[in-house]
Design a protein around this ligand. Structure first.
Ligand code: ZN
Length: 176
């Protein structure tokens, strides 16, 4: 994953301090990123997945400053959402959970107004207590227990329930 950092850090232009004053061709991006001095920016979140991202990262329990942009214009996606979390840096494990609901999000780690690292999320090998099995007869839907899924195909997003072996598409499962 660190292989992304070299090229992509350079694409984040002169982010020091100012919000709108840069002469770059992407003023919106500068504005969004440079408003944060330390922390994490999660960008390109599909708008209909914003609240699931908030839940997965437990942002509602956080005491640091969280700024959310909703229905922002995006050349890639039409509209997108973005979340900026001040003074909080996430582990890869925490971030990779986002691949369940928003596999194409981009993450930027900001220190002293500079993008020091860019990351993309990838599906973990196993999903512990993150999603529900969509087989109604599965024991996990009938007993109070944690779910466990094994990822069968990361590209296709196919996961298999550890308990009933039912394979399902990650786009169609519900979060726990
Ligand atoms: Zn199952």
């Amino acid at each position: 994953m660190s292989s992304y950092s070299t090229s992509q850090v350079q694409t984040a232009p002169s982010l020091k301090g100012r919000a709108g004053g840069e002469s770059g061709s992407v003023p919106e991006r500068n504005l969004i990123v440079s408003a944060l001095d330390h922390g994490t920016v999660i960008d390109h979140i599909p708008c209909d997945r914003l609240f699931e991202v908030i839940n997965l990262l437990h942002l509602q329990e956080m005491t640091s400053k969280v700024t959310i942009g909703f229905n922002l214009k995006s050349s890639k996606m039409g509209t997108k959402s973005i979340i900026k979390i001040a003074d909080r840096f996430f582990t890869d494990e925490e971030l990779n959970q986002l691949s369940i609901v928003a596999p194409n999000v981009t993450l930027a780690v900001i220190r002293d107004y500079e993008v020091v690292e860019k990351k993309q999320v990838c599906l973990p090998d196993d999903l512990h207590a993150l999603v529900r099995c969509n087989n109604p007869k599965c024991i996990t839907n009938n007993e109070p227990m944690r779910t466990l899924f094994h990822v069968v195909d990361k590209q296709a997003g196919t996961i298999r329930c550890h308990y009933c072996n039912h394979e399902q598409e990650i786009q169609k499962v519900k979060l726990v």
